[in-house]
Write a protein that binds this ligand. Structure first.
Ligand SMILES: C[S@@+](CC[C@H](N)C(=O)[O-])C[C@H]1O[C@@H](n2cnc3c(N)ncnc32)[C@H](O)[C@@H]1O
Length: 155
């Protein structure tokens, strides 16, 4: 994946640095205007997630933003079932056929990432506890959502 990113972002030259590490443990050097992540944080074990949000807050500059898209547990078992049916219907409508490997994975794991995903509400709470302001869910479709928060200008 890093090799593909390097090839795709070749035009960025020296402005691009790629690092490999476990986000549940890694410490980030420097300070940043934005932290953006797509469908990765749900892999972090739930007990490590609050600490991750704190480390992300700590590396943001004042007014820096966190934008995080991820897969979440549905709020209730009934909604989880409904989301699964709606996703299946959408795949069928789009003519997307699941590979046998993915079907086997899905039948083993009723939740995204084999159970380490959490409720969307937990992310919003952990972000607020870490110090983020203007925390919100800015997009949601079934069990996918994007959450957003800002480090205040004066802290
Ligand atoms: C569903 S893929 C998403 C990849 C990419 N962000 C995208 O949107 O195409 C999940 C990614 O999370 C990475 N990942 C899972 N656990 C991780 C961890 N603890 N630390 C860093 N990356 C992790 C996996 O290696 C994988 O590349």
């Amino acid at each position: 994946m890093l090799a593909r990113a390097r090839a795709k972002l070749a035009d960025a030259g020296a402005r691009l640095q790629l690092h490999q590490g476990d986000i549940s443990q890694v410490t980030f050097d420097g300070s940043f205007d934005a932290v953006i992540s797509a469908i990765a944080v749900h892999h972090v074990p739930p007990p490590d997630k609050p600490g991750l949000f704190q480390r992300l807050y700590d590396v943001l500059r004042p007014s820096g933003v966190l934008v995080l898209g991820d897969a979440f547990q549905a709020a209730t078992p009934a909604l989880s079932e409904r989301y699964r049916d709606l996703s299946k219907a959408w795949l069928e409508r789009e003519g997307i056929v699941e590979t046998p490997v993915y079907t086997a994975y899905r039948s083993r794991n009723s939740q995204p990432s084999g159970g380490s995903s959490t409720h969307l509400q937990a992310y919003l709470q952990w972000m607020e506890e870490a110090g983020f302001h203007n925390v919100d869910c800015v997009w949601k479709y079934l069990s996918r959502a994007v959450v957003y928060g800002e480090r205040p200008q004066s802290q």
